[in-house]
Design a protein around this ligand. Structure first.
Ligand code: GDP
Length: 612
């Protein structure tokens, strides 16, 4: 690790801010990135192909050209040396990434569809950005959809608005006001950025709104300039470049001819060929020499395999591909550090592992629980926190993992079946791939894999599964479980004396349920039969509570000759026949269905039936 060198930092030497684009699906995130990039990723993208992590770097010169028309009047001096825009818009895993405690992304664009207003994921992104203290602008996108919009290609937004008819402007204003009100409902003050007063600008909670069209380009330069301004004003301290290496793993990937490579984001400091680097894996730290550092040409995706540029040394902020040995178990979202001449390797190793160690420490020592697998350490953290704190009841977790799900992960969690917790023989997989072999093995081993790209979808799936399981178990247990009751026959309501017995009864204590076997303890436990129907005022019921009078039909399959008035009559109370097994089934599956006095009745009946 290079020596702390913070005093050498200066506002004249800023690093590129790292920008992410967030928002609900279909608001235009990809299109906007595309427009900013002036390439055409979105249209070239075939259905089903998911985007992967990468970044686009914008040189200062490019930013200046792109914002020239607006800046002719705004006259903002660009101090940032460029901008690094993350290529996976709306990617929850990325936005969760943190580096040394603070968010890895510096500024964000939250895209809202002007026609739809705030949507579920918009609100989630909003919450996350505020929690992480990331400054952002809201792009009110698809402004060109306002009725009668006259295209003013790639112009600053105020200029474009000037050219619109009054009717179009009215619609625009009304929709912008709706968005403002909706943001207000989320506790966020906002305004069209050119209508913000000086007070608003100095209020860090005040959010600038920028109308944009990702298709025709109105307002796009406003977004870019605002991001630069915000970064310069609010993040000067954070953006002052320093020589301490700050570097985070974005993705681990096999590349033909290069083996396993690691895409990293160097935020600060230098990374050099030949550096002795330390990476974090679930099995502990690994130390390896950096054999190569590759970048694609400027303003091209990091992903395009050909045309890599080889570097001897790179300086943050920059996305770069690292080549080296033993990189296959490296985890996305973890830090990379370098052992310098004065460093203790053991200290560096401990530091590289510290986030994971902390996370493992927080993992409750539950013996029974699901396996949680996520794409990055940050995403895993967010997911675990969600499962622990925001789900009711909390979902217990017994194991964690990062990256693609392999057969060995299935083996690990299938143990839950043997331990008598089949419900936890479940993998909650957040934004990761599942090997085909692992999927097949999971079927064989009765392990469920639930996958999702959005945290709350995973929670929904698991909760739904647990509800179904509970219901199924109750149905199974219903055959064994017997609800406690004592009933009195009403002698004036004898409808049929035998096969089946149909009589009016009053429930004196407890709950009489369909299927309950009834007996007369006073007559040596005489088995009267099972309740096959309960009727009140001509309507079939599942059960009848204490105090109610109902007509019941009782069938005794083993002894159809049992007759009211012969072996028993209205002077005998009928009791639910309880056994040890029936009480256990009741406790396990119907705890909430019984009230305290019903449980007291169970205790009373235990004595009647001599159950220990
Ligand atoms: P994402 O899911 O947020 O990345 O959304 P996309 O960028 O894929 O856009 C969703 C759809 O909205 C696509 O059909 C885009 O062409 C369209 N779209 C995106 N931005 C605009 C815009 O500013 N104006 C109009 N008219 N359509 C847009």
């Amino acid at each position: 690790m290079e020596k702390r060198n913070l005093e050498a930092r200066s506002p004249d030497d800023l690093r590129c801010p790292i920008v992410v684009i967030m928002g609900h699906v279909d608001t235009g995130k990809t299109k906007l990135l595309d427009k900013i990039r002036k390439t055409n990723v979105q249209e070239g993208e075939a259905g089903g192909i998911t985007q992967q992590i990468g970044a686009t770097y914008f040189e200062k010169k490019t930013l200046e050209t792109q914002t020239a028309r607006l800046n002719a009047t705004e006259k903002v001096e660009l101090k940032v040396p460029g901008m690094l825009v993350i290529d996976t818009p709306g990617h929850e895993s990325f936005t969760n990434l943190r580096s040394r405690g603070s968010s890895l992304c510096d500024v964000a664009i939250l895209v809202v569809d002007l026609m739809h207003g705030l949507e579920q994921q918009t609100i989630e992104s909003l919450t996350m950005l505020r929690k992480r203290g990331v400054p952002f602008v809201v792009a009110l996108n698809k402004v060109d959809r306002c009725y009668g919009w006259k295209t003013a290609k790639d112009t600053p937004i105020r200029e474009a608005l000037k050219g619109q008819d009054e009717g179009t402007l009215m619609e625009f204003r009304s929709r912008a006001t709706d968005a403002k009100v909706q943001l207000q409902e989320q506790g966020v003050n906002s305004n069209l950025y050119w209508e913000m007063g000086d007070d608003d600008w100095s209020n860090s909670d005040f959010i600038p709104l920028v109308p944009t069209s990702a298709v025709t380009g109105e307002g796009v330069q406003d977004v870019l300039l605002l991001l630069c301004q915000m970064a310069q004003k609010k993040l000067e301290e954070k953006l002052m470049w320093h020589a301490n290496l700050q570097c985070t793993v974005l993705e681990v990937k096999a590349i033909d001819g290069l083996g396993m490579t690691v895409d990293v984001l160097v935020v600060n400091g230098h990374l050099k060929e030949g550096d002795k680097a330390v990476f974090c894996t679930l099995d502990g730290p690994i130390v390896t020499e950096i054999r190569g550092l590759l970048t694609p040409p400027p303003s091209r995706e990091m992903r395009i395999k050909s045309e890599y540029i080889h570097h001897k040394s790179v300086k943050g902020a920059l996305g770069v591909k690292v080549i080296g040995n033993n990189l296959d178990k490296v985890m996305a979202g973890t830090p990379v550090m370098v052992v310098g001449p004065d460093d203790e390797e053991e200290d560096i190793k401990a530091e590289v592992m510290s986030d994971l160690t902390k996370l493992k420490g927080k993992l409750s020592t539950e013996k029974a629980g699901v396996l949680v697998q996520a794409s990055t350490l940050g995403a895993l953290e967010a997911l675990l926190q969600f499962l622990r704190e925001d789900t009711k009841p909390p979902i217990p977790v017994s194991a964690i993992g990062i990256g693609t799900i392999h057969k060995r992960d299935i083996t690990k969690i299938s143990i839950m079946n043997e331990k008598g917790h089949p419900e936890y023989a479940t993998v909650l997989a957040f934004d990761v791939d599942v090997e085909r072999e692992a999927r097949e093995y999971a079927q064989e081993m009765n392990v469920r894999i639930m996958t999702a790209d959005i945290i709350y979808h995973l929670f929904d799936q698991f909760t739904r599964f647990m509800d179904e399981l509970k219901q199924r178990r109750q149905e199974e247990a219903a055959a064994v479980a017997v609800f406690p009751s004592i009933i009195k026959i009403l002698p004036q309501h004898i409808f049929n004396q035998k096969d089946p017995i149909i009589v009016g009864v009053e429930v004196v204590e407890g709950i009489l349920k369909l299927g309950t076997p009834l007996c007369v303890p006073a007559l040596g436990g005489l088995h009267v039969g099972k309740v096959t129907s309960i009727e009140s005022n001509g309507r079939e019921q599942q059960s009848a509570r204490k105090g109610s009078s109902v007509a019941v039909r009782i069938v005794n399959e083993g002894n159809p000759n049992i007759t009211y008035g012969r072996q028993f009559d209205a002077s005998n109370m009928l009791y639910s026949t309880l056994t040890r097994a029936s009480i256990d089934a009741l406790k396990e599956n119907f705890k909430d269905a019984l009230e305290n006095e019903d449980w007291r009745l169970v205790v009373k009946l235990k004595k009647v039936f001599n159950i220990i």
